[in-house]
Design a protein around this ligand. Sequence first.
Ligand code: PGA
Length: 255
Amino acid sequence: MRRPIIAGNWKMHKGPDETIAFLDELLPRVSNIEDREVVIAPPFVSLITAARRLRGSRVKLSAQNCHWENRGAFTGEVSPSMLLEAGCTYVIIGHSERRQLFGETNQSVNRRVLGALAAGLIPILCIGENLEERKAKHTLAVVERQLRKSLEDVEADDAETLVVAYEPVWAIGTGISASAEQAQEVHFFIRQFFEKQYNKTLANSIKILYGGSVKEDNVDELMAQPDIDGTLVGGASLKAAEFERIVRFMEPNAS
Ligand code: PGA
């Protein structure tokens, strides 16, 4: 079965000091959780601090982006092997904010995915349509194109390790989440894509997260969908109590 992943994308929030304060609060709250994976994605400068504080805990670390080369004259970039050395297990790639604000394309996303996989990081590949595309009923075509282009030259051995995050752009940071049905429809489509592109076993094992205004009051419904294997949480991951509640989705005693 697919063990759920709840990942907190901190975006440009929390330097090293705030990271420590947050983890001091979060770690005791989630220390007994084994049936789901908890991941935090702090900014680059806070990764080492977080990695040290996470020693001995099951919480995993993710970066929010990486370059495709491991070294070289790429001012301002951080390489996959550096992230691995810093203690990361995952790296978010192709987040819509990177695509919209920093010129990321399916082609550069593809290079980053290949670089991350080659270094031994697990990419959390973000895809999703914008509002116009949804209104024009192009959602599935957009998602398929993003997947096809982002996964060019990714062999089955590598594809089976990666995580996909379906994040409709119109739902990110807006407070308007996709409904559970809307998300499930796309997640099912994504799983079918992996079956067509690779094989059924891979499609059944690949983890597909939903992201976009996930909160304590909608996480249970989203996670009840058969093809939603976890969530990528932005705003609601910044407060330990709120994030804990999301991590504890569908637990009988979660308040
Ligand atoms: P949000 O962000 O939860 O604040 O909508 C999600 C994301 O951008 O990954």
